[in-house]
Design a protein around this ligand. Sequence first.
Ligand SMILES: Cc1cc2nc3c(=O)[nH]c(=O)nc-3n(C[C@H](O)[C@H](O)[C@H](O)COP(=O)(O)O)c2cc1C
Length: 208
Amino acid sequence: MATNVLIPFYSSYGHTYQMAQAVAEGAEGVEDTDVQLRRIPELEGARQAMSGQDAYVQAQEAMSEHPEVTHDDLRWADGIIWGSPTRYGNMTAQMKQFIDSTGALWQNGELEGKATAMFTSTATIHGGQETTILTSLVPLLHLGMIFVGLPYGENPQILTTDGIGGSPYGPATLAGGDGSRQPVEEELLSARNLGRRVANVSARLKGL
Ligand SMILES: Cc1cc2nc3c(=O)[nH]c(=O)nc-3n(C[C@H](O)[C@H](O)[C@H](O)COP(=O)(O)O)c2cc1C
């Protein structure tokens, strides 16, 4: 039986989406793995605030082929890899809003024992690369999920003093203050490696 890996992501301007695609590529490279990319729903207030920006409109159009994530997607998944840009060092309200809708799944323990992981995007190198992932751990642990990080051994690209994203807590990219920086190969490599690692861990947790 295949291992199911779900990648729910939110992205305003496409950086987190590019990372999500790389995570998917890594997971798809593991034999007998089914991978689904799903959009975390936009909040109406955010849509109104940003819909005058070309970069936002173009990015939303580019990712519109992916359906919005549902509770049944979470049930389907053996491993769930979340993607969210930072908002003041935390996950976006969009991701939190979706997590806050999972009360019934929490009550029934439906996500307990599933592998989980997180990747992010920040404008600046000290703007939440690590805190966004670490603070996301709190609700994911309440839901009983088993957190998978990004070890240095498999990821020498994060053992660096260069200005690239990523940490042992998870892959990350940097968008720059004006959003013009795009994910570089080292960051995409970390994303692919996390996808592969979660697919492998999920298969083992299933006892495959
Ligand atoms: C309300 C708001 C708060 C933000 N807070 C931070 C922050 O604390 N640190 C930072 O580096 N970037 C911050 N950003 C920038 C976003 O993280 C950046 O736009 C994002 O990483 C781009 O990813 P995306 O293209 O996937 O949306 C903030 C952006 C918004 C709109």
